[in-house]
Design a protein around this ligand. Structure first.
Ligand code: GRF
Length: 201
């Protein structure tokens, strides 16, 4: 049973710029959700300090002691999520593959942002691949997380026109700005139980 205002955990592995955008938006009075936790698999993730500065509880669950035992790592993550009474999960630069069992347990309550216009360019190095492919359009997608990598029902997309001769790092920076607009917009709908597609340019 979801609490009055859904309690959101944001899972990160790095700088957490998407996490900051989500938390800042949730801290406005009219937002339907509460930023309850920022959890990282890496103690050195820059986003942890940013979360603390924003007044959000943080936790670290290091994946390394578990080696290749993803289920053991996820059991530790699950215990922390339950301790914080989490209702919804936002993956934001979280770089660990999740098992089918974990994604099934959170089905319909876990979303992710991917830096491409899915289903194009699943996986890594999406900006270089979009340039390589000569794509006219590129951008980012927020989708529900399933057992398949970068798959699952699409909740929103933001797109831009690729500039001829643009470098991958410049394209990545422009897409990241779109991500910071798209993810908060989608979470507002998702947290209110509204799956209306969000499209931004
Ligand atoms: C972003 O490109 C995001 O699309 C991907 O991870 C990158 C870093 O995100 N999932 P952040 O700055 O850590 O939010």
């Amino acid at each position: 049973m979801m609490s009055e205002r859904p309690r959101v955990a944001i899972l990160i592995s790095g700088g957490g710029s998407n996490m900051v955008a989500l938390v800042r938006d949730m801290q406005s009075d009219d937002h339907p959700a509460i930023p309850a936790l920022v959890l990282s698999n890496r103690a050195d993730a820059g986003g942890l300090q940013k979360a603390t500065e924003l007044g959000v509880a943080t936790a670290v669950v290091d994946h390394r002691p578990h080696g290749s035992d993803r289920a053991a790592f996820e059991a530790e993550v699950q215990a922390v999520l339950e301790a914080h009474k989490i209702d919804l999960i936002c993956l934001a630069g979280f770089m660990r593959r999740l098992t089918e069992a974990f994604t099934r347990a959170w089905a319909g309550r876990m979303i992710n942002i991917h830096p491409s216009l899915l289903p194009l360019h699943k996986g890594l190095n999406t900006h270089a691949r979009a340039l390589e492919a000569g794509d006219t359009w590129h951008g980012c997608t927020v989708h529900e997380v399933t057992g398949e990598l970068d798959d699952g029902p699409i909740l929103g997309q933001a797109r831009l026109v690729v500039r001829p001769g643009e470098r991958a790092q410049d394209l990545a920076a422009r897409v990241l700005q779109l991500e910071h607009r798209l993810y908060p917009a989608v979470l507002r709908h998702f947290a209110a139980g509204d799956r209306t597609m969000v499209n931004l340019e």
